[in-house]
Ligand binder design. Structure first.
Ligand SMILES: Cc1ncc(COP(=O)(O)O)c(C=O)c1O
Length: 464
């Protein structure tokens, strides 16, 4: 067959205008926002790559299903469609809706864990980590060493180091490990996938120590497609069959449906354990709602029920993975340092290598984010020293191990020409990278400083 371009497997029926601004306008907007893109109004953004979470475009099928939403408080038909759709893919006995992923995490960790417990993971995602640490737990990230090297190529950089898992269980004993959690794909580690053989190896160890295996499968369909492309023995299987096989290995999951649920809001918690499900529902009723809606409208449950099926369609996944890789490969070929190979939902630029003249204490990731906005109205997300670094009591900055800038791609939202525009803007900044200045914090909140921090350009005098 002749080679054909991979196209967006949809046509556009409803459009949402985006607004061009001048460089002068963007300079004013950014200055008023304290050089922090979280404080910029979305109307002032041309291409928004802040996150792939809750930003998907819904299909005609999803909008139609929403009109049929049953808003009954208890026993709604929407819940049954939601549950059936999840069970057909994931197979879990109990399905508990929540308003988003972190609510499922909070309930799971509160019911299953106590102070002093350890949860091993490839990398526990921020919200799961925060919820677990809040009850006094200690996360143990056991990613394979290749996963920590941005430039290193490996087909499954999200894999867990199974030797270290076994050593940990041996050392602390399974009594302190209420569950093991695999994040698929590994968001904090560059959206890198976990192989089926790794999930199987982790499950085998968990079974021997009688510890349940949980998945954080926010991007399970993208993970399944990477398995199809890269793991021997899976090329002939459908993404749905691969997803079913992945979930068969797990005892439960906490899911954010804002990613591979193709929904703007929603999540759920699953388990095969009857007693656990009861305790989880008891807590759910107190904080989220009755177990057939869990903080969501009936129409949201219907949007997710349809989205979970659409996300597994092969032409969608082929386009999704190819368009993310297209962005990554195009800028990498021009010399831009990125986390290799391109992940499923995002491209991560190694901002420290990109802006090698800016010290980590001057936030190269945030400086690059500000510059991409000034150059072309693009919003991106710093994953580096602003989020993961710390300032000590003497005001000294302690940078994070890596300074990455994430360009997350919302699902079904931007076309090839939008992505071509992003490439042009990144390469323009790359060409004049020596002129980009570092940043200094002028205000920071005591926790989660990245959301509200304000900056000034490094070296600029403080206004009095
Ligand atoms: C891997 C992973 N798990 C959990 C969450 C939390 O989900 P939510 O934003 O729906 O609370 C996220 C969100 O970004 C995520 O990427």
């Amino acid at each position: 067959m002749p080679k054909r371009s991979i196209i967006e497997p949809f046509r556009i029926k409803s459009v949402e205008p985006i607004r061009q601004t001048t460089r002068e306008q963007r300079e004013q907007v950014l200055e008023a926002a304290g050089l922090n893109l979280f404080s910029v109004a979305s109307e002032d953004i041309l291409i928004d790559l802040l996150t792939d979470s809750g930003t998907s475009a819904m299909s005609t099928g999803q909008w139609a299903a929403m009109m049929g939403g049953d808003e009954a408080y208890a026993g709604s038909a929407s819940f049954r469609r939601f549950r059936d759709s999840i069970q057909a893919i994931m197979g879990f006995k109990h399905v508990i809706p929540t308003h988003q992923g972190r609510a499922a995490e909070r309930i799971l960790f509160n019911v299953m864990c106590k102070k002093g417990d350890i949860v091993p993971s490839n990398t526990l995602f921020d919200t799961a980590r925060a919820n677990f640490e809040f009850i006094g737990g200690e996360a143990a990230d056991l990613l394979i060493p290749e996963g920590l090297e941005p430039a290193r190529h490996h087909p499954f950089k999200g894999n867990m180091d199974t030797a270290r898992l076994e050593q940990l269980l041996e050392r602390v004993g399974p009594g302190r490990v209420p569950l093991v959690m695999l994040t698929i794909t590994n968001n904090a580690g560059g959206g890198q996938p976990v192989s089926m053989s790794n999930i199987k190896a982790v499950k085998e160890i968990c079974s021997r120590y009688h510890v349940p295996l949980y998945l954080d499968p926010a991007r399970f369909a993208e993970n399944a497609y990477f398995i199809k492309l890269r793991e021997p023995g899976y090329a002939q299987k459908t993404p749905r069959q691969i997803a079913q096989e992945m979930f068969l290995l797990a005892d439960g999951c906490t899911m954010s449906a804002k990613k591979d649920g193709l929904a703007n809001i929603g999540g759920f918690l699953c388990t095969n354990d009857d007693a656990l499900a009861q305790a989880e529902k008891d807590l759910l009723i107190m904080t989220e709602g009755y177990p057939t809606y869990g903080g969501l409208a009936g129409r949201d449950l219907d949007a997710i029920a349809v989205g979970l099926n659409e996300v597994l369609q092969e032409d969608y996944l082929q386009y999704r993975i190819a368009s993310t890789a297209y962005l990554g490969n195009s800028i990498a070929e021009a010399g831009v340092p990125i986390v290799q190979p391109p992940g499923g939902h995002a491209i991560y630029i190694d901002a420290r290598a990109f802006l090698s003249h800016i010290p980590s204490t001057q936030f190269p990731g945030s400086a690059l984010a500000a510059e991409l906005y000034l150059e072309g109205g693009i919003r991106s997300f710093e994953m580096g020293s602003l989020i993961f670094g710390k300032r000590d009591e003497n005001g000294v900055e302690h940078p994070a191990p890596l300074d990455l800038l994430r360009l997350a791609i919302p699902r079904r939202v931007y076309t090839q020409s939008h992505i071509d525009y992003v490439i042009d803007v990144v390469l323009e900044v790359w060409r004049r990278r020596q002129q980009v200045r570092g940043l200094e914090i002028s205000y920071q909140a005591p926790v989660l400083r990245h959301f509200t921090a304000r900056f000034r350009w490094a070296g600029e005098s403080v206004a009095h």
